[in-house]
Design a protein around this ligand. Sequence first.
Ligand code: IVH
Length: 710
Amino acid sequence: MPGMDLRNLFCGPGKEALVSVGVMAPDRGQYDSLVEKIRSHDYAYYVLAQPAISDREYDGLYRQLLDIERLHPEWITSDSPTQRVGGEVLDGFRSVPHQAPMLSLDNTYSANEVVAFIKKLERLFPNQPLEFTLEPKVDGVAVAVRYENGQIRQGLTRGDGTVGDDITSNLKTIRSIPHQLKKNPGSVLEVRGEVFMPRSGFVKLNEKRLASGDPAFANPRNATAGSLKQLDSRLVSERPLDVIFYGFGVMDIDVAPETNVEFLEMLTSLGLPGPHRYWVCRDAASILGALEELNSMRKELPYETDGAVIKLNSMRLREEAGNTSKSPRWAMAYKFEAEQQLTRLRDIVVQVGRTGVLTPVAELDPILIAGSTVSRATLHNEDDMKRKDVRIGDWVLVEKAGEVIPAVVRVELGERNGSERIFHFPTHCPECATEIVKESHESSGSTIYRCPNRSCPAQVRGRLIQWCSRGGMDIEGGGEVLIRQLVESDLVRTPADLYRLDIAQVASLERMADKSAQNFLDGVAASRKRELWRLIYSLGLPHVGASTAKSLAKEFGSLSGLSQATHEQLVSIEDIGDVVATSILDWFADPENQSLILELTNHGLLVEESHWNAQSGATRIFTGQSIVLTGTLPTLKRQQATEMIERFGGKVSASVSRKTSFVLAGDDAGSKLEKAQSLGVRILSEADFLALLPDSGPENKQPPHGAVVS
Ligand code: IVH
């Protein structure tokens, strides 16, 4: 919604609203404005994927509306927020009616209400022992996936609960969603579940976005919603999405499960991912116990959970209990409190990233949230700050948003005393004093401030950090502290400068012993032979992440090939669209980048992968390599590792020599490991090794480090 001022749309924080709408004797005007307010929050949450208030506040408003509607049923119209499940159908996708409506759940933050829910069902079904299941409530985006005779046919969003968006091609890109079930359960099985982004993938995605100048997502759920909304499923396939199924819509199968436990077991037998953990309980006390257990282990789950869902186990009793217009009577959601704390916002500073983008960061009076001290929180971008009306000196509610990066949720407006100051983005870069440029990004509707000076020390450091990073050229010892010193002492400006360093220069840096200086230089030297895709990725072309870099390496086989690519050639590659292609062309057209490449070539960096023929060699990534196994690997048996190496063309040998390509080392590795270390032979952990193997068919894997050493 370009041009719309969201601050006018939302009438301040929810807390204020809770007081101002008196539920005892509401008038029609109050009711109407509450409806309007909830609708605008629905829009912010479902359509913009930018919630303006916390879930709890939203739930408070929603309850007030229910209360008023109970007093005045005559006011309810079919478009009241209580009369639909929420969400809107997005433009651009085909709208498809749900054969069985996708309902929502009643939810509560109170254990007493959980007990009341159980009691109510016990009263409904007297004289029979009831069983309940309790599952994590996955905080993601609800979807329905329809299989016909075991084959995937269609995937829909919830939409408004009655009609959803057809996002089949997007869902098909999610690796954990099978295109064919392990066996054919019968004519139709529509499973329902939650698509989510694992925490680790979310962190990486945001790093990547910030690096290419795109705004970060506020939390994994927004990142998921944003990803599924993409019209280009190729972009979706790059997003680290996953799914948990927990329910069904239409189910016309040969053997219908009689209980939820049977249903969950059936999911597993069909190859569909279900909840990582669930509990079967017979009474309120054991449900409360399970809730506690879930609460204490939820941080270990790979996804965000905002509570638990408690369901009747018996399918027959579920049918008997039935649904209200909005939610089933046989299930209830219990939500955990988000971990939030109030504190004073002392100052706002900006951080300059690798591409020059300025990110506003709140400096806070330190507070303890969920066991760790928080003294900084992201303010995301200017639009977000304006929407929340954040000012220096404000009392702010800080949340570990998505439990990952602390974020400012809202301002306590009632605490203001007039001394608060509005923050303005600096007109000049705090690092290099260059004038800042303001950019409007039409695709995301956001404004970005950027330092255009490519020699800005912050950008120089950022580029070098990316170059040395594990996912990049993987240079040992090349951490942030050392890079800062190298840049400050003017020894290094570009990645090419790293290859000119000598031991005296590095050892002269503060707190740098000869040994660690040598280790670092060894790491730099070893990085000369990294694979082409790492080199491409490390160059930091905007919009080129590791997976795009892999596609480019595979397609062009050399940096010079890539530098001469045409727009047409680039967009014909699977992951690459117009934006990325243009960004690549612009990058190579820049004379500074051209001379960087020339220098890197002169320093002997691998700019060509002539030994690597992606088409014919892909399945035999270890061809010509001699690999040594030592120690106990965490999961693989020795025999399994040997088979894998041989299957991909490698040879396992018993002893380490200079010719050894790499050593695959586990726990308690002894003399072979030492020898490898002394000879400078590359050492891989099981995880490193597995990461090299092709994961979806052997076609798209690049050779490991050293595979192309000539
Ligand atoms: S059962 C009739 N089980 O939470 C609806 N829902 O707040 C049955 N959710 O709409 C839903 N984890 O999108 C169910 N284990 C789980 C869930 C779950 C997350 C979502 C789902 C639902 C919403 C309700």
